[in-house]
Design a protein around this ligand. Structure first.
Ligand code: AMP
Length: 325
């Protein structure tokens, strides 16, 4: 048995109260992992208090069930905090994590900020949900799972791995996904929640293909301005999905979506294949994974500088590597 996982299990077993935390700009992985673990804790230890409290929600993930109602600071102070899928502490969505008497970090981002008293970080994992599934598997003789927990965990595994497409997917990923499916998930309904689109969203996709820009060395990018968001009636969340439309262009090893935010900054979503691009995200106030990172720029000039950096990065990559497509 992995000693770190044993320590985490022991801390959970000993705690009367557990608070779960995730990252800002929620996604399927951080929501699935926190809700999945919450359900496992409820099933295993019905007398423990367990809370997941966050101001931020996501409509398309509402089918995974609600968060909990706010509680007093005293509850936080008595709790073991478990932060899942958050690389750096500034990105924890509920700032009251700092009140917890002890903090465990469970994460699959490249480690820069070991903010937990206990840090279980495996950046080779395709999702944080995969780690929760592995945790369940390690203690399956002592932990209880149900369909609801498995559905949450499977959702994060599917969404963060691009439906098991990305590089981080291993044989273990699929075996753990199988373990979740064995709990009786209704995948037809789950995929309908995740992947059906409105006609307007598909029109926006058509706009992306019409308007995307390509740099000389193979970086595709799109700027989803505030005006475009208005024209297509897009929520910010939907506007941010633009990046995934750019993923399948032959010879384009890096693709970027720039999305205007309400506070005047521009959110950047960076994706790549073969070449890693997290160093570019880190240069522009961000970070993340080798081939999926996020950043923020404050002006169109800074956006252009980031595009130039990405283009140069890909030029050098192509010059020094073979076999990319
Ligand atoms: P996103 O494009 O926002 O989905 O981000 C891709 C990955 O990078 C996710 O795993 C995020 O957690 C991570 N990420 C996004 N923005 C930041 C940031 N500003 N700092 C560190 N990591 C980030």
């Amino acid at each position: 048995m992995n000693a770190l996982l044993q320590t985490i299990y022991d801390r959970m077993a000993a705690a009367d109260c557990i608070m779960l935390f995730r990252h800002i700009r929620v996604d399927g992985d951080c929501v699935g992992a926190t809700k999945g673990l919450r359900e496992i804790i409820r099933q295993t230890w019905p007398n423990k208090q367990v809370y997941l409290i966050d101001d931020e929600h996501s409509d398309y993930l509402a089918f995974l069930g609600p968060d909990d109602e706010p509680v007093s600071d005293a509850v936080y102070e008595s709790a073991l905090g478990i932060v899942i899928d958050v690389g750096s502490h500034e990105r924890i969505s509920n700032p009251k994590y700092a009140l917890c008497r002890e903090l465990i970090k469970i994460d699959h981002h490249i480690e820069h900020d070991p903010y937990g008293g206990i840090n279980w970080v495996e950046d080779w994992r395709s999702s944080a949900c995969e780690m929760i599934a592995a945790f369940y598997q390690a203690f399956c003789d002592r932990l209880s799972i149900n369909t609801r927990a498995a559905e949450c965990i499977y959702t994060g595994m599917v969404t963060d791995s691009g439906r098991f497409l990305y590089e981080g997917v291993t044989g273990e990923t699929l075996r753990l996904a199988g373990l979740m499916l064995d709990q009786g998930i209704d995948t037809e309904t789950l995929y309908a929640h995740l992947y059906l689109r409105s006609a307007d969203e598909l029109r926006f996709k058509a706009y992306i293909y019409e308007s995307m820009q390509l740099t000389p060395n193979g970086v595709a990018w799109i700027h989803v301005t505030g005006e475009i968001q208005q024209r297509f009636g897009l929520s910010f969340e939907t506007a941010c999905t633009a990046v995934s439309s750019l993923s399948d262009i032959r010879g384009v090893l890096c693709w970027l979506a720039f999305i205007d935010t309400a506070n005047g900054e521009i959110r950047v979503r960076l994706r790549s294949r073969f070449a890693s691009i997290h160093t570019i995200a880190e240069k522009y106030h961000g970070g993340g994974h080798a081939c999926a990172s996020g950043a923020t720029v404050s002006s169109v000039q800074e956006m252009q500088a980031l595009i130039r950096d990405a283009d140069e990065h890909i030029r050098r990559y192509k010059q020094t590597h073979e076999g990319w497509l």
